[in-house]
Design a protein around this ligand. Structure first.
Ligand code: NAD
Length: 492
């Protein structure tokens, strides 16, 4: 399984194969499972499918290591995160190769994930120099203050689609605030989503046991949500699984942060720059094969420009190359697995049968799905109502601003939306009425920046935020302390 030695390097080494990480790479009780190249199906490594016992072990180790980590000065923790940032840069090429092969992404996505994580580490390290609390006012003659304290151990569950950044954006602030972490990456991407981070944090100087990794599937995820040594769960994944995570976290009274699915709308008004808009929305629907929570799933276009918009978008879709990103310069790689490719195909086929028309793409060869533009889509079609998670751009028309807003909000999800218009006043007015956690004006929806509080509303999340100063609140809790020089008088 490790014959493809070109994949091994100074970060990913044979000693990690089939192991869990609790400060060192150790044998686990779970089965050893292959990690595959998504374009070829070739086994390129081996991970462990962690069991509840493996999760319990990592959680106990993390719990034991956390107090000493929290007792370090915030500045000392920040310095370690800065070293992590430098290591990301140093090893970007090696980690990037794993991102391409484990997730089927095109090569330029890899440095984006890694260097955004490095930036995240630097900015979050900066937060460790910020005040740790407030001196409070009081109606009594006593000292009164509030300070942030860590939660304890944070369990982090991540999906396969952008495994490095989606883990880093949670693990970094959790560590900065003095928590220990158990990370459970998806079994489809355990190397770039787990083992690589284990090695980087080890090299950065995170003490043994403070950061642990248990690759695994649903059983490991559920064990994490129920483990008594875990104080918070940060979950990034589907809305379906998020509901189960919240239920389990409720049973054991854990704080829970949910970053879930989306069915994101781009609204294109009649005064939009159509060349610019279609370039942006083609990227928003087709980048990473449409397998991003922020992907544009619905193109809401003013009826007067719909034909021209559809034509330009279809021309852009038809010009994109699809293939193995490890072997050729392509715009789109494979869909992550056969189950997901078949699901996308079914959504498209059903919509075509109900009257939609494919003006570009419309089908697949194995895991390679052609970028697809659908016109004649109506809001009752499943391709419109469901999160597609594939390279499909359904176009729906509207006639008034009110109708566009109503269509955009006509979904249980509320992650991100885009507005394309030359009218700034209208853009701001519409943005204020959209029920999404993020709005981009004259840009597409797949936007990630360290400084923005990223998160969704409704079925897209429970108010969890990563990015910006909000992460200090997300990964800590407040303690109120009062101090009296003498005990006050009471009537008892
Ligand atoms: P998924 O929900 O199937 O799996 C995500 C993770 O959860 C995996 O690690 C999986 O093993 C684990 N898991 C699954 N069921 C679980 C359970 N009952 N208890 C605990 N853990 C469980 O999602 P996926 O298919 O891997 O990822 C795609 C989904 O993730 C899409 O819906 C996408 O929109 C969403 N996503 C959201 C964001 C965001 O920031 N909002 C980012 C990326 C992906």
């Amino acid at each position: 399984m490790l014959d493809d030695t070109t994949m091994l390097g100074s970060i990913i080494t044979a000693e990690m194969s089939g192991k869990l990480f609790t400060g060192s790479f150790e044998p686990a009780t779970g089965a050893v499972v292959p990690v595959t190249d998504k374009a070829t199906g070739e086994a390129i490594f081996a991970a462990v499918d962690g069991t509840a016992a493996d999760v319990a072990r990592a959680a106990a180790v993390a719990k034991a290591a956390q107090p000493a980590w929290a007792a370090l000065t915030p500045v000392a923790r920040g310095d370690i995160l800065r070293r992590f940032a430098a290591l990301c840069e140093e090893h970007a090429e090696e980690i990037g190769r794993w991102i391409v092969r484990e997730t089927g992404s095109i090569p330029p996505k890899a440095p984006f994930e890694i260097m955004t994580s490095a930036r995240e580490a630097v900015e979050i390290a900066g937060l460790t120099g910020q005040p740790v609390g407030h001196i409070l006012s009081s109606s009594l003659t006593r000292a009164s203050y509030a300070r942030r304290v860590p939660l304890g151990v944070v369990g982090v569950i991540t999906p396969w689609n952008s495994p490095f950044i989606l883990a880093a954006r949670v693990v970094l602030p959790a560590l900065a605030m003095g928590n220990a972490v158990v990370l459970k990456p998806d079994l489809q991407s355990p190397v770039c989503g787990g083992y690589a981070l284990a090695k980087l944090f080890e090299l950065a100087g995170v003490p043994a046991g403070v950061f642990t990794v248990v690759p695994g599937g649903i059983a490991a995820g559920e064990a994490l949500t129920l483990d008594p040594n875990i104080n918070m769960i940060s979950f990034t994944g589907s809305t379906l699984a998020g509901r189960k995570v919240a239920e389990n976290a409720g049973k054991t009274l854990k704080k829970v942060a949910l970053e879930l699915g989306g069915n994101n709308a781009a609204i294109i008004f009649d005064d939009a720059d159509l060349d610019g808009a279609t370039s942006a929305t083609a990227f928003g629907s087709f980048f990473h094969q449409g397998q991003i929570c922020f992907t544009i799933g619905r193109h809401l276009v003013h009826e007067s420009i719909a034909a021209a918009y559809a034509e330009k978008l279809a021309a852009r879709a038809a010009a994109l190359h699809v293939g193995d990103p490890n072997k050729a310069m392509v715009h789109l790689g494979p869909i992550i697995n056969e189950r997901q490719a078949a699901k996308v195909e079914k959504l498209v086929t059903e919509s075509l049968a109900s009257g939609a028309k494919a003006t570009a793409g419309g089908g697949r060869e194995g895991l390679y799905f052609k970028p697809t533009v659908l016109t004649g889509v109506t809001p009752d079609m499943p391709v419109y109502t469901e999160e597609i998670f594939g390279p499909v751009a359904p176009i729906v028309t509207f006639s008034t601003e009110e109708e566009a807003i109503a269509l955009a909000n006509d979904t249980a999800y509320g992650l991100v939306a885009s507005i394309f218009t030359a009218n700034q006043t209208r853009a701001m007015r519409v943005a204020a009425q959209l029920k999404t956690g993020i709005v981009h004006i004259n840009d597409q929806t797949v936007n990630h920046e360290v400084f923005g509080p990223i998160g969704g509303m409704g079925a897209s999340g429970n108010g969890a935020r990563s990015g910006g100063p909000s992460v200090m609140d997300e990964y800590s809790q407040w303690q109120w302390v009062t101090f009296n020089e003498t005990v006050p008088q009471y009537p008892f």
